[in-house]
Design a protein around this ligand. Structure first.
Ligand code: FAD
Ligand code: SF4
Length: 328
């Protein structure tokens, strides 16, 4: 690992000023992504600014909204009583990710900013447009069974790895950030940037902007939600496909439906087309299948990952059926 300078930030303003002023500085939270990538030679910051002592940890409950400090750990959020009662989709997404040890140190801000698991990105000897713009994409001709079928470009086809982000994008969460010029709030649906011609740009944050909190509107009373993750083994594995769904059903009709997809897209994916199919339709398997078809419109598969198109549809149907069963 390259030598670097370590500094512990004493307050938010100092942390933001330090990283903003130095293009070779990065934040360090739990370190479960950052340190791994430094050890592998993928990242090589000159300075790491440790933010773990900043007062950004904890969960505040307001009317209809949960405000989660960026340094809250994944385990802390999963154990929150409001999350357990009102946002099971968030708890499920958290507990189906990583391991207990990792979740005890990994933070919510870091989770949203974790980097891709593409093996070529993580191997500095391979061409990768995300790591080194213009170098090529080894995954296109290489092994891409885990890769994306939605939101891809000719430059990059990797998936976004966060389970939590899929749940939060489905819930219309808002990311609060602090930068040199003050604070701003960004809807999570606008936060991530698909690869296009600049796969190295993954989100709308400017260098030095610090995530301070994530605001999650509670689902209306009566809403049922579920996060279903399909993977090669039942623990400690990233998603092949996942679906985050929420339904309000009244008199057999769907008043509101939300669908998010993970494991299949370059960014945490909100399936608005599927939601349009669900709204006002009978809550039955025919509707769920139609919604799943709509969710995968535009999917583009490559040699090894064509199976994901059908698997993702079945994941959506199964997640919706699970919610419906709880409902009736
Ligand atoms: C073996 C393993 C398995 C995993 N499995 C899963 C899984 O199944 N599902 C899943 O969703 N995740 C999984 N993860 C990812 C894990 O959840 C993330 O690594 C973790 O959440 C990152 O949080 P952190 O606090 O450790 O971030 P760090 O590693 O400290 O930081 C990650 C990045 O975010 C930046 N950063 C951190 N906090 C902030 C902030 N507040 N503002 C601005 N920038 C910030 C850092 O500079 C860095 O670039 C896995 C990780 C490992 C190692
Ligand atoms: S899919 Fe993206 S991350 Fe993977 S090698 Fe290609 S450019 Fe790099």
């Amino acid at each position: 690992m390259r030598a670097f300078e370590y500094m512990r930030a004493v307050d938010v303003a100092q942390a933001v000023a330090t990283v903003t002023a130095d293009p070779a500085a990065s934040y360090l939270a739990g370190g479960t992504t950052q340190i791994d990538l430094m050890k592998d030679g993928v990242l090589g910051p000159d300075r790491l600014i440790d933010i773990t002592r900043l007062p950004l940890r904890g969960i505040a409950h307001d009317v209809g909204v949960l405000r989660i400090g960026a340094l809250t750990t994944m385990e802390e959020l999963a154990a929150d009583s409001t999350v357990i009662e009102r946002l099971p989709i968030v708890r499920q997404a958290l507990l189906l990710g990583a391991s207990t040890q990792l979740r005890n140190i990994a933070t919510i801000g870091g989770n949203l900013l974790q980097r891709t698991r593409c093996r070529y990105f993580r191997d500095p000897t391979c061409a990768c447009n995300k790591r080194e713009p213009g170098s090529g994409c080894s995954a296109l001709q290489g092994f891409h069974r885990m890769h994306a079928i939605l939101g891809t470009s000719s430059q990059c086809i990797t998936t976004h790895a966060s389970d939590l982000a899929v749940a939060l994008v489905t819930l219309d969460a808002i990311v609060h950030v602090r930068g040199r010029d003050g604070e701003r709030a960004i809807p999570l649906t606008d936060f991530y940037v698909p690869p296009g011609t600049t796969p190295n740009v993954e989100n709308v944050l400017a260098h030095g902007e610090l995530i301070t909190a994530i605001e999650v509107p509670l689902l209306p009373a009566g809403t049922r939600s579920h996060y279903l993750k399909v993977r090669d083994r039942v623990s400690y594995e990233f998603a092949l496909t996942s679906a985050a769904v929420a339904l309000v059903v009244e008199d057999g009709l769907i008043r509101e439906g939300r669908v998010g997809l993970g494991g299949v897209a370059t960014v945490p994916w909100r399936a608005r087309g599927a939601e349009g199919v669900l709204r006002g339709a009978p809550a039955n398997v025919e509707t769920f299948r139609a919604a799943a078809e709509a969710a995968l419109v535009g999917a583009t598969a490559h040699r090894d990952n064509a199976f994901k198109v059908e698997l993702a549809k079945r994941t959506v149907v199964r997640a919706l059926e699970t919610v419906k069963e709880v409902e009736s």
